[in-house]
Design a protein around this ligand. Structure first.
Ligand code: XIL
Length: 387
């Protein structure tokens, strides 16, 4: 994704994107947007967005405003990618702030994604000479982010994707730069620092590869439960579990019983549950679009039907909104296609011309079938207390 500077954004017409007069592409659509289907049951629906998509002021920007009650900066808050933390202490917040301003203007909630991520660590961090300087840099960054967006970001993925079973550690933590530089205590420290810097923000443990009924994913769900138990025992602050839910069509067994039990186990710890990065890769589907879209929709349905049965699930975020912009299809000069037929993937609720797909209807139907629950957050605003 091409990064845009504040100056480019202004040149591209940011002033107009921030005015309420957006193209009324969906204003006359008879059926309610996903955010309304969700809100009727106390569920917050939203999507990940890139700065350029928000600044474009095009039909897609309008669709985000129409369908979403929440946005997640897809990469704009990433320490290395979005904030371009090229030097210690020197972050560039212009991309992230464009999304924040957009969200404020339209009364959208913002998920903070993420404070620390092994794939988003600036190279200089990895080269810091000793533990003390690494810990100081991590603490400084977390404090800076939480303070800057306090009252505007209602939850933070503190350490994104903290678990990696393949690293073979007894605590199951991923061997990331933070762990190598600071030690495993980096994880609890990060949560404590975030809580102190913004006591109202929900703190989330967000991870992937925990959805299906495969030996590896079953083990990872278990590892996540053990991590949460340990946090509870140590008094490490945590409010919610984020289930990324990058799903895949074809051949991946899903156990309703096991997954439902996992959700119940998390809920029994007093934690909320958020679906944070939902999308469906359709690599193993036949070429016909109508068939592909049906299979993708079925995958959304079989997952959400189980997920929304658990009342502690109060948020569903898709990782993008339309197939026009999806990380699965890659970016401008790095487009990905299905190896079988060279077609782009169709992972999201809207197609590239922004028409509702069967996936949209599957999500809407899942919201409709869900029992009401206490609202995730009261909009506009923040806070981890449900009304
Ligand atoms: C991805 C973005 O979508 C891409 O644009 C970027 O190049 C890499 O990161 N899990 C996460 C997200 O938590 O941050 C990742 O997002 C997708 C996997």
């Amino acid at each position: 994704m091409a990064r845009i500077t504040r100056r480019e954004a202004v040149a591209a017409g940011l002033a107009t994107v921030l005015s309420p007069a957006l193209p009324a592409a969906f204003a006359t659509t008879p059926s309610s947007p996903l955010k309304d289907h969700a809100a009727a049951k106390g569920i917050l629906y939203g999507a990940a967005v890139q700065t350029s998509e928000v600044a474009a002021n095009d039909d897609f920007t309008a669709l985000v405003v129409a369908e979403c009650a929440c946005v997640v900066p897809e990469t704009a808050m990433n320490w290395n990618l979005g904030l371009r933390g090229e030097m210690p202490g020197e972050e560039d917040f212009s991309d992230a702030d464009i999304i924040m301003d957009f969200a404020t203007k339209y009364g959208l909630a913002v998920r903070g994604h993420s404070l620390l991520w092994y794939q988003g660590t600036p190279p200089w961090f990895k080269a810091l000479p000793d533990r003390a300087s690494a810990e100081a840099a991590m603490v400084r960054f977390i404090k800076k982010m939480c303070a800057r967006y306090r009252g505007r970001v209602f939850c933070w993925d503190v350490v994104n994707e903290p678990i990696n079973l393949r690293d073979g550690r007894t605590d199951n933590l991923r061997r990331a730069a933070f762990l190598d530089q600071i030690g495993p205590e980096y994880f609890d420290l990060a949560h404590h620092i975030a809580r102190a810097a913004d006591p109202d923000a929900l703190l989330v443990v967000n991870d992937y590869g925990i959805e299906y009924d495969t030996p590896e994913e079953n083990k990872k769900r278990d590892a996540l439960l053990r991590l949460l138990e340990r946090m509870k025992k140590l008094g490490t602050p945590v409010d919610a579990v984020g289930i990324q839910a990058h799903l895949r069509v074809g051949g991946y067994p899903f156990s309703q019983r096991k997954f439902r039990q996992f959700l119940a186990d998390v809920a029994a710890m007093g934690l909320k549950i958020q679906i944070t990065e939902l999308d469906v890769t359709d690599e193993q589907t036949p070429p016909l679009v109508v068939v592909r879209d049906r299979l993708v929709a079925d995958e959304y349905a079989r997952f959400l039907d189980v997920v929304l049965d658990e009342p502690k699930v109060d948020m569903v975020i898709t990782w993008g909104l339309s197939d026009r912009h999806s990380w699965i299809n890659g970016e401008d000069d790095d487009r990905h296609v299905r190896p079988t037929d060279r077609q782009p993937y169709r992972p999201l609720p809207f197609d590239t011309v922004l028409a509702r797909k069967p996936a949209w209807h599957a999500i809407a139907r899942a919201f409709e079938a869900a029992r009401p629950r206490p609202a995730a957050i009261s909009l506009p605003g923040t806070g981890r207390r449900s009304p």
